[in-house]
Design a protein around this ligand. Structure first.
Ligand code: HEC
Length: 402
């Protein structure tokens, strides 16, 4: 750390900068931000300074906190904050420790104690223009002239993005670690093409095929059961466990908003409207996995067959304010199959809306080129799509938004 950091910061604005509780603890016990300051301010003992912090706070009123209204869930706001802090965006963790984990270069003050220490308004002002608040600082302006590098994130609003970081960091030690934290992390970053990752993925079985798309929607396909197992947004996966001497084990999604898909085979023939969906393993029901075919930019179409039916299963990521999936299913039958259904969702409650749209928890499914139906079976709602063959072929699509 350079010499500039050894100069104690000016007292001017100290109360506007710090949370009263934090300031109280500093006055009482002395500052202990050693990696940051290299000096240890002595504690004066609050008992010797009655009303000192209150007087300072009165004199030096913090600015009002900027008002931010989000039109998305708190989980998504925090996911945006986590993204910005991580190595695939503004890389705050390159210079700041995070929950005690060392940064790469400069060991700036720990990100997870910032909201306990700082006034939110000061945080906003500092992030907008660190040079203005602290001339000569090595901290870059991440929103130069107030402009964001991420126009699709939280409506492209700078204040909303800074507030998202604050809200994410306010979880302190419980905040989910950002992407790229730690010396050993190898986050895979799809750019241009999709990335296929075949390894043990938590929640997707022993024959999982993970696919990360540049649009930042990702999925894991379970090639034992021929089913979509997981979908998630944001960062794809950390390959460190499998590529370094940490070796074997299961790795989970690195991103956010993970949805676990229901279990069971995707297609079944149902004799009667209330015939329950089969629960046997795919192999016992005659399913065979036939590998996958890739587009020029490496997006897989999964191929499988059962009972004379061949399926081309092509879930694909689509860019947007929120990345989504457009899932195309093509089915060919060598001989006529009756009462064949695709099961698109299973949940306690599935809410039908206009235009073949169905709400399943935090997810919205739009059925295209087919008709979705809800039935109650085994105490759950199921969204079924009847497969209607024409000349031995059928094709339909699902849009998945979450
Ligand atoms: C290139 C290194 C670097 C990056 C990247 C960086 N910082 Fe900093 N930051 C610093 C340094 C160094 C300081 C200490 C102030 C100084 O000495 O200039 C600091 C100080 C701060 C402070 C003031 C803390 C205090 O109590 O005074 C906040 C808040 C902060 N950083 C937040 C962030 C956030 C959030 C990000 C990501 C958006 C980030 N920083 C990215 C280097 C960096």
């Amino acid at each position: 750390m350079g010499d500039e950091a050894r100069i104690p910061p000016s007292l001017d604005g100290v109360a506007a900068k710090m949370q009263p509780d934090y300031l109280r603890s500093v006055v009482d016990r002395g500052a202990d931000d050693r990696p940051y300051m290299h000096t240890r301010m002595p504690g004066f003992g609050l008992a010797n300074l009655p009303g000192f912090v209150e007087a300072l706070t009165e004199l030096d009123k913090p600015l009002p906190r900027p008002e931010v209204a989000f039109d998305t869930t708190m989980a998504k706001v925090k996911a945006a904050g986590r993204f910005l802090v991580g190595s695939q965006a503004l890389s705050c963790i390159k210079c700041h420790t995070f929950a005690g984990q060392r940064a790469e270069g400069v060991q700036g003050i720990d990100l997870t104690i910032m909201t306990r220490r700082l006034q939110p308004a000061w945080f906003h002002r500092y992030l907008l223009d660190p040079q203005q608040v602290r001339p000569g600082t090595r901290m870059p302006a991440s929103w130069p002239n107030g402009e964001t590098f991420y126009p699709n994130l939280l409506g492209g609003k700078t204040t909303a993005q800074i507030e998202a970081i604050w809200l994410y960091l306010a979880d302190g030690g419980n905040a989910q670690h950002p992407v790229g934290l730690g010396q050993q992390s190898i986050p895979l970053l799809p750019s241009g093409s999709a990335i296929i990752y075949r390894n043990f993925i938590q929640g997707a079985g022993t024959r999982a095929i993970g696919v990360g798309y540049p649009e930042r929607a990702n999925l894991a396909f379970d090639a034992n059961e021929m089913r979509l197992a997981l979908i998630w947004q944001g960062a794809f996966i950390d390959a460190a466990r499998h590529w370094t001497d940490r070796g074997a084990g299961w790795e989970g999604p690195l991103g956010d908003n993970v949805i676990r898909w229901h279990e069971g085979v995707p297609f079944a023939s149902l004799e009667k409207p209330d015939t329950p969906w089969p629960t046997s393993k795919a192999s016992d029901l005659g399913y065979r996995f036939g590998g996958y075919r890739l587009t020029p930019d490496d997006r897989p179409t999964f191929l499988y067959s059962f009972d004379g039916v061949e399926v081309e299963d092509f879930p694909n990521a689509v860019a947007g304010t929120e990345p989504s999936l457009l899932w195309t299913l093509r089915v060919k039958a060598k001989r006529p199959v009756s009462d064949l259904f695709f099961r698109a969702a299973v949940a306690d409650r599935i809410e039908p809306q206009a235009d073949n749209t169905f709400v399943v928890g935090n997810m919205k499914i739009v059925v295209r080129d087919a008709e979705g139906r809800i039935r109650r079976s085994r105490d759950k709602d199921e969204l079924l799509i009847p497969v209607r063959f024409q000349n031995g072929q059928a094709e339909f699509r699902l849009e998945i938004h979450w």
